[in-house]
Write a protein that binds this ligand. Structure first.
Ligand SMILES: Cc1cc2nc3c(=O)[nH]c(=O)nc-3n(C[C@H](O)[C@H](O)[C@H](O)COP(=O)(O)OP(=O)(O)OC[C@H]3O[C@@H](n4cnc5c(N)ncnc54)[C@H](O)[C@@H]3O)c2cc1C
Length: 393
């Protein structure tokens, strides 16, 4: 019996997403990978079926925001196409700053455009010299009257060039470390804003990953998110809620690879029987399925916690564990899926080759898995489990 805490209504939404993924997105996945072109047709499909709405409250044009349903949608789409799953994931990532720290006016202005999918958005934290160490960023924002003037650059930004709204982090006080960082909403047509090179990459090839340049880029002061100096805290609160989305992408890729490997193993015969009946292959399939199911348990639990309003240390730890576990599973399981298919698994003609390449990114972005381990261990060290020590003294 699979882990499934969804309500009847949530199952109906999952069924809709699953059907769209299988019938409309799966047939496009290999081509999206091959051409490395951003799949606007998938964006249109999500728009037409109101899928972006699951991330937003009804008052802003959504269906009633649900973190759990967002994770389920990312998982279902990523089973067939990781690039397409990321479209939903990054819409959430790019909106979370507004949802968590936006004023009512900012929310009313931008969230309906994002809820309908008319606008795509992005999250711009990373710079050429600051990835894991995001506080080392060099971009700056200087207040001039009713405006901020941004200078600097960002690197590896998902949705670069296709987003209309960017959540950008820059230092308003370069001498103050973490507490000198502020967050801003930058519209794609802001003067002085430019998208640079789009990077060719190993996987999720249809997703754009690019540079952003701010050259005396002027934005209205009312586009600041939260107070000056609050940006780092906002960036981390966003990641606590968006990292499970990468977990969902990883789990989707892993389950898709498991499903494909299973059907292949039932049909492929060696030594007079299907390879699924050879115990060493059967054991791999069993491990793949078990890892996916365990990852799903953690993922759905994390989604429910977010929907129940979890915050602070509790969420930070479970969100990091979810991202870490689901994405390590993605890499292990897709590697095993290639093994189950033998030489055919290495061929581009079979989807597990793409899935293995796509899985790798999930261990890297939104904080590498080393960083997730550091976060989890840091939270553990703060906890007190001294009752066990008391028992032996
Ligand atoms: C395809 C893609 C899309 C991306 N999308 C976005 C996006 O939309 N927005 C955005 O802001 N960023 C994005 N990123 C950036 C991504 O989050 C960073 O690449 C990532 O956080 C790692 O930073 P880095 O590449 O600078 O690696 P580094 O920080 O240089 O790390 C290099 C290695 O050292 C390890 N390491 C670093 N510090 C420590 C430490 N203290 N302890 C142990 N190990 C450590 C890392 O785990 C890694 O293995 C994207 C990246 C890619 C590749």
């Amino acid at each position: 019996m699979p882990v499934d805490p969804l309500t009847e209504e949530q199952r109906e939404i999952r069924e809709l997403v699953r059907t769209l993924a299988r019938e409309r997105i799966a047939p496009r996945a290999a081509e999206i990978d091959k051409t490395a072109e951003f799949p606007w047709d998938v964006v249109d499909l999500c728009r037409d079926h109101g899928l972006f709405g699951i991330m937003y409250d009804e008052e802003y044009g959504g269906l009633g925001a649900s973190a759990l349903m967002t994770l389920v949608a990312i998982e279902e789409i990523s089973k067939v196409c990781a690039t397409s799953g990321l479209i939903v994931g990054v819409q959430e990532l790019g909106s979370l700053g507004l949802k968590l720290a936006g004023t009512e006016e900012q929310k009313r202005r931008f969230l309906p455009l994002l809820a309908s999918g008319e606008w795509l958005c992005a999250y711009a934290l990373t710079e050429p010299g600051s990835g894991s160490d995001s506080a080392a960023m060099r971009s700056e924002a200087r207040r001039e009257g009713d405006e901020y003037v941004l200078n600097g650059s960002k690197r590896f930004i998902t949705n670069a060039g296709v987003a209309k709204l960017y959540t950008v982090f820059a230092k308003t006080d370069p001498t103050a470390g973490h507490s000198g960082i502020s967050a801003f909403l930058v519209e794609a047509d802001a003067p002085g804003f430019q998208v640079g090179r789009i990077e060719p990459k190993m996987g999720i090839k249809g997703s754009t990953t690019g540079e952003l340049f701010f050259d005396d880029c002027r934005i209205p002061a009312e586009n600041r998110l939260g107070d000056e100096g609050e940006g780092f805290r906002i960036a981390m609160r966003i990641l606590d809620r968006s990292r499970p989305g990468i977990g969902a992408q990883g789990l989707g890729i892993a389950q898709g690879a498991t499903d494909y490997a299973l059907e292949y193993a039932k049909a492929r015969e060696t030594m007079g029987r299907p390879i699924a009946e050879h115990q060493l292959v059967a054991g791999m399939l069993a491990d793949m399925e078990t890892k996916c199911e365990a990852a799903r348990g953690l993922l759905y639990k994390c989604g429910q916690l977010i929907d129940d309003g979890a915050d602070g240390a509790e969420l930070t730890k479970v969100s990091a564990m979810t991202k870490l576990y689901c994405t390590d599973v993605a890499m292990e399981v897709t590697t095993d899926a290639v093994q189950v298919l033998g030489g055919y698994g290495y061929m581009q003609e079979y989807p597990v080759e793409r899935m293995m390449r796509d899985a790798k990114i999930t261990q890297l972005y939104e904080g590498t898995n080393q960083i997730q381990r550091l976060v989890i261990a840091r939270e553990m060290v703060r906890e007190n489990r001294a009752f066990l020590l008391a028992a032996v003294s």
